[in-house]
Design a protein around this ligand. Structure first.
Ligand SMILES: [Zn+2]
Ligand SMILES: [Zn+2]
Length: 133
């Protein structure tokens, strides 16, 4: 149930657009609006301009918590989405283990490979502790 994430009272309807799901909210008789756009306008305190987009920061179009919404221009919006699909700014995957599952930590390495580098041994020590029963 999405009730926890809702901020606009009214009937909601889920729609699919471009492979993503969004909420439509009913504002009046036969008047349906994208909920994220209504909330974005609320947040700005004015109507959205035609070239403004309300972006769901975490990529989930159904997560319309205000902290997940950002009003940006078209050009900036496509850059945001590009950034999400590439793993790190200059790397498509970890250059050591080729994963994209773990987060990028630095230098083209995932969190695990980064900490396995010489001089970054604090994590190993913690693991040894944990296995000693
Ligand atoms: Zn977006
Ligand atoms: Zn790695």
């Amino acid at each position: 149930m999405p009730t926890g994430t809702r901020a606009v009272p009214g009937t909601l309807q889920m729609v699919q657009r471009g492979g993503r799901s969004y909420w439509l909210v009913k504002l009046g008789q036969g008047c349906w609006q994208y909920e994220h756009r209504v909330l974005g306008a609320c947040r700005l305190g004015r109507a959205l301009r035609p070239r403004e987009v309300v972006h769901n920061k975490n990529g989930d179009g159904l997560d319309n918590r205000l902290c997940n919404l950002e009003v940006i221009g078209w050009g900036e919006h496509s850059r945001q989405h590009h950034r999400i699909t590439t793993w790190a700014q200059r790397y498509r995957a970890c250059r050591q283990c080729r994963t994209t599952e773990r987060k990028h930590l630095g230098g083209g390495l995932c969190s695990r490979c980064y900490q396995r580098q010489p001089g970054k041994r604090w994590k190993d020590r913690r693991v040894r502790h944990a296995s000693r029963k």
